[in-house]
Design a protein around this ligand. Structure first.
Ligand code: COA
Length: 188
């Protein structure tokens, strides 16, 4: 009992700290935050019903936080109903949309970006973020832990992205895809 209360209050303090550090311009909806989460940026973040961020029986819960940023005013991040994510989720949407459709599951240490954040041109690399391009993760997808999802990518309904993959091009519906870069391994 004493242990449970101590953990509760220590975590509560961390949740409050990251709430104070959050500076998001527009946040709609109320996700269940198991892990402390920092919401940043001048854009918009929308949560549907029953969205959960963080997992109790999983690494990083006590040492880290999830980071969700809609960087510029035209950046929009949408979590539809029933999306569940494990700890250490990082999403940065520069100036397009990142959409995670209903009931998608996301493992720990997952990164999702709509942009490279630096130009590939050497002379513009510090000044330019490069092109932003929307990301769509369809309904009922399962993203394994340690996966990176890069700009402009769509992942099809029910598909699975294997642990540790880097997704740099579209993945169709109903497949398992994996590797760097992620390729279709088999149909489900
Ligand atoms: C994708 C996954 C579900 C596949 O499981 P499976 O259907 O049992 O697949 P298998 O182990 O039979 O592997 C099938 C093929 O995919 C390959 N593969 C499996 N995982 C892979 C990975 N992470 N990256 C690249 N290739 C992978 C296998 O090498 C095998 O290739 P082969 O047919 O050439 O031998 C599983 O490998 C995985 O990544 N699970 C995610 C675990 C996770 O991160 N959970 C989140 C916790 S919150």
């Amino acid at each position: 009992m004493i242990r449970a209360l101590t953990i509760f209050f220590l975590q509560k303090k961390r949740h409050i700290r990251y709430r104070i550090l959050s500076d998001i311009s527009y946040l709609f909806g109320k996700p269940k935050l198991i892990q402390p989460t920092l919401f940043a940026g001048k854009g918009k973040i929308f949560f549907g019903a029953n969205v959960v961020i963080g997992c109790e029986k999983s690494p990083f819960l006590y040492s880290n936080y999830s980071y969700i940023e809609a960087r510029n005013p035209n950046a929009k991040i949408v979590f539809e109903d029933g999306v569940w994510t494990n700890n250490n989720l990082v999403i940065i949407c520069n100036e397009s949309n990142i959409t995670i459709r209903k009931n998608t599951l996301i493992g720990f240490n997952v990164e999702i970006f709509d942009c490279d954040f630096h130009s590939i041109q050497p002379e513009k690399r510090k000044e330019s973020s490069g092109i932003s391009s929307p990301v769509v993760i369809s309904e009922n997808v399962w993203i394994g832990s340690n996966v990176k999802i890069l700009k402009g990518v769509s992942i099809g309904i029910n598909s699975i992205i294997a642990n540790g993959s880097v997704v740099s091009s579209d993945i169709p519906d109903n497949v398992i895809a994996g590797g760097i870069p992620a390729k279709v391994i088999k149909k489900i």
